[in-house]
Design a protein around this ligand. Structure first.
Ligand SMILES: [Zn+2]
Length: 143
């Protein structure tokens, strides 16, 4: 046997994630050319584009500065006389704690306070939520 079976070539092509690598793999010879379809290449291109992690520098709430000003000045930094409030950074991938259970790597483009306001407090009756007021991650209890 002087060539690989088609199913092994197909398996190898499925393991190659980089688009340029799979095109180079296809160009190796004509036999591979038939077993790697252009559909596979298009799928890899879309997958690469789709799975690209998105990171935000600042919270995507345009009014974040005004919406979070009171809590940061009056509670989190109550005794820091020189605190200057700013548009809060986005959480991106952070953990959240709901009903004393931790959830890791939850993606959100919001900062902690805007995430609580727009995701929890706008969808759940506020009387059922106990906000544990943590500056660095979401920590709520709801019943
Ligand atoms: Zn915000």
């Amino acid at each position: 046997m002087d060539s690989l079976p088609y199913d092994i070539i197909y398996k190898i092509s499925c393991e190659i994630n980089d688009v340029l690598d799979i095109i180079s793999f296809k160009k190796v010879n004509k036999e591979l050319n038939n077993s790697i379809s252009s559909y596979t290449i298009a799928k890899k291109k879309l997958t690469k584009k789709h799975n690209k992690p998105v990171y935000y520098v600042n919270c995507i709430n345009a009014n974040c500065y005004y919406d979070t000003c009171e809590i940061f000045e009056d509670y989190y930094n109550e005794y820091h006389g020189r605190y200057i409030h700013y548009h809060q950074p986005s959480q991106n991938y952070n953990y959240i704690k709901i009903n004393n259970k931790m959830y890791n790597n939850v993606f959100t483009p919001y900062c902690v306070e805007c995430f609580k306001n727009f995701v929890f407090k706008s969808n759940i009756d506020e009387t059922r939520i106990v906000d544990n007021l943590n500056e660095y991650f979401v920590d709520i209890i709801y019943s």
